[in-house]
Design a protein around this ligand. Structure first.
Ligand code: C5P
Length: 331
């Protein structure tokens, strides 16, 4: 029996890097948001043993360095199952793009294996398995708008932000996340001037998130219902949209400070998005994908045309709420 799963990508709405910890990870604070762009993963279990990864994209590793490969053993152990696991990856997301493609693929395999064997692994066990494979996996067990703490693996569902038009620019640059973290540690004083120590940065980021979340709950009390709402265009009216409220707290992605000086062409991509009226544009994760959030699909389509004209691959998509995420995963 084979099971097909959509493996959706994520973007980071702000990402703050904290101190390097004794376990080799950095503390971080971020808000993950799932988006509709996805790979397709097909999982089949046959008689025998072993793991086989099939993918037409030569950049995708077929061995144990692939997160899909690494999740199979703990998943099969939790399911008390045996067999030969064949995973086919239809790659549409960029590799090493900061969109969590590889991590989402692995979670898709975990969910597919549950379906293949018609058995459920407990939610807590799935979180453990996912976090053991990589920091960016657990968020895909939540979906929608997700607070990421710890080294990114500690995830909490937030009230969903309304679905908005989004443009993902994918310059043909692969960025290694461990290298980007190492570069952050080496970053000179001037670039870190705004916040002298990593702990100060974390405190500031925590205050931003906390102020935003308290604003959200006050709003909920006032209206007596969960927040949804129509997007207000940049510069117009008060922020009745929680996403605009979040943007207005001054969220930033710290990776821009190490990645942009190395790849100045990415600064231009972000500028094109801003000039095309994105109400927020940023590097996602450690990049190189850059996203822009837009007030309308028409504005997003215009931005895509501008980027492509300038030679940057780009697609228009939307952010996915938790409900949309889970509804579309097995569709
Ligand atoms: O968790 P993941 O396998 O994606 O992490 C890969 C590497 O990225 C880690 O071994 C570490 O060097 C770096 N990393 C980090 N801090 C994080 C997440 C990852 O330093 N919060």
């Amino acid at each position: 029996m084979s099971v097909t799963v959509r493996s959706f990508a994520k973007i980071n709405l702000g990402l703050c890097i904290g101190p390097l910890r004794p376990d080799g990870f950095h503390d971080l604070r971020t808000i993950y948001q799932t988006i509709a762009l996805h790979d397709v993963i097909r999982v089949e279990v046959t008689r025998g043993t072993g793991i086989e990864i099939q993918c037409k994209d030569p950049r995708v590793p077929k061995d144990q360095s692939n997160t899909c490969y690494r999740i199979v053993a703990p998943a099969m152990a939790a399911l008390r199952a045996t067999g030969r696991v064949v995973i086919e990856i239809e790659k549409k997301l960029p590799v090493q793009g900061g969109l969590g493609g590889g991590s989402a693929n692995a979670v898709a395999v975990l969910l597919a294996l549950e379906r293949v064997f018609k058995k459920q692994i407990t939610a807590v066990e799935k979180m453990r398995i996912a976090a053991d494979v990589g920091s960016d996996l657990p968020l895909f067990l939540v979906g929608g708008t997700v607070l990421g703490l710890g080294h990114g693996e500690e995830v909490y569902p937030l009230s969903d932000l309304p679905s908005v038009a989004c443009v993902i620019a994918t310059p043909e640059i692969s960025i290694s996340t461990p290298k980007a973290f190492a570069d952050w540690d080496r970053l000179g004083a001037p670039a870190k001037l705004t916040a002298p120590t990593p702990s100060d940065r974390m405190l500031m980021c925590g205050r931003r998130f906390s102020a935003w979340l308290s604003g959200l709950s006050q709003n909920k009390i006032r209206t007596g219902k969960a927040l949804s709402g129509v997007l207000v265009a940049r510069g117009r009216g008060r922020a009745e949209n929680p996403l605009l409220d979040l943007v207005r707290t001054g969220i930033e992605n710290d990776f821009e400070r190490v990645v942009f000086p190395q790849y100045p062409e990415l600064i231009k991509v972000k500028r094109v998005l801003e000039e095309a009226d994105a109400f927020y544009a940023s590097l996602s994760g450690s990049g190189s994908a850059i996203y822009g959030l837009f007030a309308s699909r028409t504005a997003a389509a215009r931005a895509v045309a501008r980027l492509r004209k300038a030679g940057t691959p780009a697609v228009a998509t939307t952010t996915l709420t938790r409900q949309q995420y889970w509804k579309k995963i097995f569709d």
